[in-house]
Design a protein around this ligand. Structure first.
Ligand code: SF4
Length: 317
């Protein structure tokens, strides 16, 4: 059963951290509350307020600051929200917001202000989404995103995927999920069998920012996916105080590859309101990647990208 930590004092107690850290936390918690799986907390270093995993989930007062160019909809997704539950940003693929939440609330989340309540997938909306895809033969790939699409139960996922399999011009199902890292036990045999039996090519894009996030249970989950023929890619977000050093990026690439995933993208931070304290300059990102190139083979160097509202694809930096 999924166990979550949602109370700050509980989190601090689990990590042997003093309660005076609560003074650093002064944001309206109802807007984007603390939420982190116990499994993930166990990978944090006790007694370290600067632990890179803790930093990703701990609400801090800086989130209240209003910073120029940091907005509620940094990617202009409202313009791509063609029908409720579906975003059509790029040629050839559409994204379905299958779930309205995640098992974790990452403090830098680009969708922390996304109107999930307007995008819930009801039966009627799913029918509309299928019709939208059927009418546009240029769409080859459907991306399940969210929130975290793996919060949807296997039985329901199976039925949704079955509907997609019947659309002949689709070739690929991609699932963006932080669950293989956060709660790897969710990668059940039933789920893996479902993916491996598909006509559609299946791709899972995990989201791991630091090698410390990868323990033996994560390795087992990713290996399971890889061994059943699923392509597993990882995307990380470049975050100040978390992974903005070449050593951390090198360790991450090596560890995620050893687990069975290819380091695919390193995203510059999306300029979402509340996350400016994580920002690393593009120049620094380029410098880190250049240095990383000198240390590891090319297949371990993720592509540094950013997303720009209205652009035809991710922008390589
Ligand atoms: S897992 Fe992704 S979508 Fe969910 S809170 Fe984290 S960054 Fe946002």
């Amino acid at each position: 059963m999924l166990k979550l930590v949602t109370e700050l004092d509980q989190l601090l107690a689990m990590l042997d951290l003093p309660n005076d850290l609560l003074q650093e936390v002064n944001i309206p918690m109802h807007q984007f509350p603390l939420r982190v799986p116990v499994e993930f907390v166990k990978r944090m270093q006790k007694g370290d307020p600067n632990d890179p995993l803790l930093k990703q989930v701990l609400p801090v007062k800086y989130e209240n600051e209003s910073v120029i160019n940091f907005t509620k909809d940094p990617l202009g997704e409202s313009g791509a929200n063609k029908i409720p539950g579906l975003l059509h940003k790029y040629h050839g693929r559409v994204l379905v917001t299958l779930a309205g939440s995640c098992v974790v609330n990452c403090r830098y989340c680009f969708r922390r202000h996304f109107p999930y309540e307007d995008n819930q997938i009801t039966k009627d909306r799913w029918r509309e989404i299928l019709n939208y895809i059927k009418k546009d033969a240029s769409i080859k790939e459907v991306i399940f995103s969210g929130g975290d699409p793996l919060l949807v139960k296997d039985g329901k996922l199976k039925s949704l995927v079955h509907d997609l399999e019947n659309i002949s011009h689709l070739t690929t199902l991609r699932i963006h999920s932080r669950i293989p890292i956060m709660t790897p036990s969710r990668i059940t045999d039933e789920f893996v069998e479902m993916l491996s039996g598909l006509r559609l090519q299946s791709v899972i894009v995990t989201h791991c920012n630091h090698a410390q996030e990868i323990d033996s249970s994560v390795v087992r989950a990713i290996s399971k996916l890889k061994n059943s023929g699923v392509t597993v890619l990882n995307q990380a977000v470049l975050l100040k105080g978390v992974n903005d050093s070449v050593k951390v990026l090198k360790d991450l690439s090596e560890a995620i590859f050893a687990a069975g995933a290819i380091p695919y993208y390193l995203h510059a931070l999306d300029k979402v309101q509340g996350a400016a304290h994580f920002d690393v300059s593009i120049e620094e990102g380029r410098r880190l990647i250049a240095e990383l190139e000198g240390l590891v083979p090319g297949y371990l160097v993720p592509t540094l990208v950013c997303e720009e509202a209205g652009a035809k694809s991710k922008v390589r930096l």
